[in-house]
Design a protein around this ligand. Structure first.
Ligand code: GLU
Length: 253
């Protein structure tokens, strides 16, 4: 059984198709995370959704350039996102904390040490760290490819037992996920380049770019000795499967 986890939740799991925050699903995920904590598992949540939450709150002024628009939406949205998490964790008697990072924080040893010390102290105090990219200052070379990369770096920094990446698909398929003939690949070896090649090749035709990045990060994380579990964040009670030992998605190890 896993004793420590990083759980990454993507924007599509946290928002509805119209882009508004899906409070019902966020609430269900927090319920499951609280249950894992009650089972004695130490965990860190990596959550996207700030830009989405900001888009819902504020119509950014016409003519604002793209980088500034994203900064504004994230700056406004991160507050809302954290307020929602604060309230939902509070309902379980838990405290959560905001940790914002840029790629530069992992490159700079002092910043990385400071972050690690903070994570350790938060976890010792049973606080749930909620990590996101610091979109306000992360521009160009300071940006992560996406939060999958951030989650992989946090998992390796904390040397957790597993990284869980929840998105809106069940895992890696041997064809387009929407095609009923496609089958879910349950286990992938980190060294299996054929699988990586397969996904990248399919990326342009089926627009599954998200899975290509996930697999790249998963292979790197698994090579460092941390298995990566890909799964659907909309599957009811999916996180309970972690303690039952029957993961319904794809495991990269
Ligand atoms: N930091 C972005 C947000 O909170 C998400 C980045 C990503 O989805 O990978 O909206």
């Amino acid at each position: 059984m896993y004793k420590s986890l990083v759980i990454k939740v993507g924007t599509n799991v946290l928002t509805r198709p119209d882009g508004r925050l899906d409070i019902t699903n966020i609430s269900h995920l927090v319920d499951q995370i609280a249950a894992l904590k009650q089972a004695g598992i130490s965990l860190v949540l990596v959550s996207s959704g700030a830009v989405g939450a900001g888009r819902e709150l504020l119509q950014v002024r016409e003519g604002t350039e793209e980088v500034a628009r994203r900064q504004v939406q994230s700056a406004v949205g991160q507050v809302r996102l954290m307020e929602i998490y604060r309230q939902l964790f509070h309902n379980h008697g838990l405290l959560c904390a905001q940790v914002l990072a840029t790629k530069g924080d992992f490159r700079d040893d002092l910043h990385a040490d400071n972050m690690l010390n903070c994570f350790r102290a938060l976890l010792l105090d049973e606080v749930v760290p909620v990590v996101n990219e610091n979109d306000v200052v992360a521009v160009s070379e300071l940006m992560f490819t996406d939060n999958d990369e951030l989650a992989g770096l946090v998992a390796r920094m904390l040397k957790v037992d597993a990284l869980v990446i929840l998105s809106s698909v069940d895992g890696l398929y041997d064809g387009p996920p929407e095609n009923p003939a496609s089958r879910l690949i349950v286990d992938v070896a980190a060294s299996d380049q054929s699988v990586l090649g397969f996904v990248q090749q399919k990326k342009t035709s089926f627009g599954r770019g998200g899975m290509a990045t996930k697999l790249r990060i998963a292979a790197k994380t698994a090579t460092a000795g941390i298995p990566v579990l890909l799964g659907n964040g909309r599957t009811p009670d999916i996180l309970n499967k972690l303690t039952e030992g029957n993961w319904p998605g794809t495991t990269v190890s």
